[in-house]
Design a protein around this ligand. Structure first.
Ligand SMILES: [Mg+2]
Length: 130
């Protein structure tokens, strides 16, 4: 039985199609917030302590995902961030890991992949806050 009252997930991607498919995959199970901009992502994380997990795109105009990752981790070191990117790159993946990302998913993703990664992390988050 899923308890939607627990931690929220913030989806941050500049592509509407990706935001929509993540919403379709996750909205039955989790409370979601959605943004198309890195700046707004940082602002939301700083102002909404109930966000436990961020699904974060890398390639975005203005502030890219790695910069966003760095900024949110400075303020909220325990926040879980999963990178979802169209560019499979060993350098980017290891930089993301060094900056504290909890996962790295390459587009196009399968819904199973999203659900299992998110499920595993949200379970950890919810156990901690119980
Ligand atoms: Mg993008």
């Amino acid at each position: 039985m899923l308890d939607k009252s627990r931690g929220k997930i913030l989806i941050c991607d500049d592509e509407e199609g990706i935001r929509e498919s993540l919403k379709l995959i996750l909205s039955n199970h989790y409370n979601l917030m959605v943004t198309d901009s890195g700046e707004q992502c940082v602002e939301l994380v700083n102002n909404a302590p109930d966000i436990g997990l961020v699904l974060l795109d890398i390639k975005m105009p203005n502030v890219n995902g790695l910069e966003v990752l760095k900024l949110v981790k400075e303020k909220r070191p325990n926040l879980s961030v999963v990178i979802i990117t169209g560019y499979k790159s060993v350098e980017t993946a290891s930089e993301a890991a060094n900056l504290g990302a909890s996962g790295y998913i390459v587009k196009p993703f399968k819904s199973d992949e999203i659900l299992s990664t998110v499920g595993r992390l949200m379970e950890k988050i919810n156990n901690k806050t119980k």
